[in-house]
Design a binder for this molecule. Structure first.
Ligand SMILES: [Zn+2]
Ligand SMILES: [Zn+2]
Length: 362
């Protein structure tokens, strides 16, 4: 079978590993699509290549949609023809989180991740997986279900913010029309906007797009207001609005991720989701920063990865988005490539790109 192998820094090749056997207790999956994201680009360009022990490459691909084509002995909850999405992280097997299906919150750091760290990904024509790491997807979501993994990250980001802000629920409700800012309109930011559009928040998105760009138009259809992050525009808006109740950072550029702290209001929470492997530095006025945070009960929290519960919630949201917004979600997938054009998929730098997908069937 063909697979996307990351061999060394900036070196991805189509490799031909043997097709894995569908042993007892496993499910055999034909990969339909795999999504490409900033994580893939970071590990390719940074040289942070971590193949499974003893292997010369790691198969990329942690975002996927597949179809069950074979079911191993002893598997009763999946059948041939089921559409499935696989989760990414495999827990350490030791800590309380990992022993309770919450490997995204591992305490030891000894986890592995398919397509990222120590385990082959789903970027191959065929993959096998244990049923407990798979989520079924209804057939009517086939066109958008490759978004399940990135959406699961947005689910966790929103959940993290709302969990912190439980401290500000009155009669079981968050303050009405509280202002929420999403920084970044890539997949995580855009999908977080979809989720938050279903709630009673005043929704803002900031980024570097022009008002006329298709992505901004999409965000406006969700009821979001767009603030261009040029000059002092964002700062002025934040001042005028009295700061934000929740900010979700989905840019992956640390100087901006820190700047966002300035735009929190009283009791605000900033959730940072971007992974940065660079070496940017900023000057920090630590007294002012600490005073502001303490004086205004502000919280800054980072989060990474997602667990199977977030994946299940994500599938539920995909259904809900489809019911409410029709095919709007399809616009999040801006580029599709056949497997043979994987280099173009990985190097696509178009300004309007959101989710890039490799289609294994075309
Ligand atoms: Zn990803
Ligand atoms: Zn663990």
């Amino acid at each position: 079978m063909k697979a996307l192998g990351l061999i060394a820094q900036d070196r991805v090749e189509l490799v031909e590993p043997p097709t894995p056997p569908v042993d007892q207790g496993l499910v055999g999956i034909k990969t339909l699509r795999t999504g490409i994201c900033a994580t893939d680009r970071e590990i390719i360009s940074s040289g942070f290549v971590r193949p499974p022990p003893g292997e010369a490459y790691i198969i990329l691909g942690h975002e996927m949609l597949g179809e069950v084509v074979e079911v191993g002995q002893g598997v009763s909850n999946f059948s041939r023809g089921d559409l499935v999405v696989g989760t990414v992280r495999r827990g350490c097997g030791k800590c309380l989180s990992c022993l309770n299906q919450r490997s995204d919150m591992c305490f030891t750091g000894e986890f592995k991740e398919r397509g990222v760290r120590g385990l082959h990904g789903y970027g191959s024509e065929y993959a096998v997986e244990k049923p407990e790491h798979l989520v079924k997807v209804p057939a009517e979501l086939r066109d958008v279900a490759v978004l399940t993994e990135p959406l699961s990250i947005s689910v966790k980001a929103v959940e993290t913010a709302l969990t912190v802000q439980e401290r500000l629920k009155f009669d079981g409700k968050y303050p009405p029309h509280a202002k929420v800012l999403i920084a970044g309109h890539g997949p995580i930011g855009t999908l977080a906007a979809f989720i938050l559009s279903l709630r009673d928040f005043e929704l803002y998105v900031t980024g570097i797009m022009e008002e006329s760009d298709a992505q901004v138009q999409l965000l406006k259809k969700l009821g979001a207001q767009y603030i261009t992050n040029r000059g002092t525009h964002l700062k002025d808006c934040a001042t005028e609005l009295g700061g934000f109740f929740i900010i979700i950072e989905a840019i992956g550029h640390s100087p901006i991720a820190y700047e966002l702290e300035n735009y929190l209001g009283y009791n605000g929470v900033l959730v940072q989701t971007g992974i940065t492997l660079g070496s940017s530095e900023i000057h920090l006025d630590s007294d002012k920063a600490m005073f502001r945070r303490v004086d205004k009960n502000q919280v800054i929290v980072g989060m990474v990865n997602s667990n199977i519960h977030h994946f299940r919630k994500a599938v539920g949201y995909l259904k809900e988005f489809k019911e409410k917004y029709g095919n709007l979600l399809n616009q999040v997938i801006t580029h599709r490539y056949p497997l043979k054009d994987f280099r173009q998929a990985l190097s696509n730098e178009e300004k309007n790109r959101v989710k890039i997908v490799i289609d294994f069937l075309s």
